[in-house]
Design a protein around this ligand. Structure first.
Ligand code: DGL
Length: 268
């Protein structure tokens, strides 16, 4: 494993771009290969077995392209497929997930607050956030709720629109989240709704925006392992299993550049 090798990042679609973007900002020397599995989106509605098999296929693709690290930039896959991916990858690359850095941040900075967690059915159904937070802080107050319409809505480009504003209202007004003091956006798609959610709560709830926290954690771990690229200007490559114009638009919105998107279906 050489420090100059790229970092692989994957998600079911555009969500992981929030993490890839935070990583690219923080680590300008690094090259990234991004894979959005748009053909199988949404992961949040799939069984654990299906998410594990997609994740392993993508990990193989990233390894075949020489990645020194694989970032599972998807909460649904992090909560169901992490162990399987770690076992499969072995010592061929470092494997990162998006849940543990957030749990550490909550326990460190929001432990005495009433914590709300929203994510896909797969993530919320796994109970992973609650389990991990309570393992470190047994009397923590955690309220979780699945918001399954959010990821497909974002994937279709509906953020900052009347559609997203109304959908957010319909979910967040539910009693499950009553009295929360902070809210974890436990799906990598959701930072695209940050502003809409912030406007809904009007400052009464702290929104925990996760990509920067995850990126800081990955940087620190790569540094510790001596795997940061000391020089060079990073290259970005984007692949999707099924081309969608809205993916390209969102990628351009994030990276403020022309994005060359390659369609590559690993299952054909
Ligand atoms: N971005 C993903 C997550 O963090 C998955 C959304 C989906 O495909 O359902 O859970």
């Amino acid at each position: 494993m050489e420090a100059s090798q790229p970092i692989g990042v994957f998600d079911s679609g555009v969500g992981g771009l929030t993490v890839a973007h935070a990583l690219a900002n923080l680590l300008p020397n690094e090259s990234f290969i991004y894979y959005g599995d748009t053909a199988h989106l949404p992961y949040g509605e799939k069984s654990a077995e299906a998410i594990i098999s997609y994740s392993i296929r993508i990990a193989d693709f990233l390894l075949a392209n020489g990645c020194k690290a694989i970032v599972i930039a998807c909460n649904s896959a992090s909560s169901t497929a992490l162990e399987a991916v770690i076992e499969h990858v072995g010592d061929r690359a470092m494997v990162f997930n998006v849940i543990e850095p957030i749990v550490a941040n909550i326990v460190d900075k929001h432990a005495d607050e009433k914590v709300g967690v929203i994510g896909t059915k797969a993530t919320i159904g796994s109970g992973m956030y609650e389990k991990k937070i309570k393992a470190l802080k047994p009397n923590a107050h955690v309220a979780s709720m699945a918001t399954p319409l959010f990821a497909p809505m974002i994937e279709e480009g509906f953020y900052g629109t009347p559609v997203s504003i109304e959908t957010i209202k319909q979910y967040l007004k539910r009693p499950a989240l009553d009295n929360i003091e902070c809210l974890v956006l436990a799906c990598t798609h959701y930072p695209l709704l940050h502003e809409d959610i912030e406007n809904y709560y009007k400052g009464s709830v702290t929104i925990i925006d996760t990509p920067e926290i995850v990126a800081e954690h990955i940087k620190a771990e790569l540094e510790k392992a001596g795997k940061l690229n000391p020089s060079g200007s990073g290259k970005l490559q984007f692949y999707v299993s099924d081309y969608t114009a809205s993916f390209e638009k969102t990628a351009q919105y994030f990276f403020e550049a022309e994005i060359k998107l390659e369609e590559l279906n690993l299952w054909k």
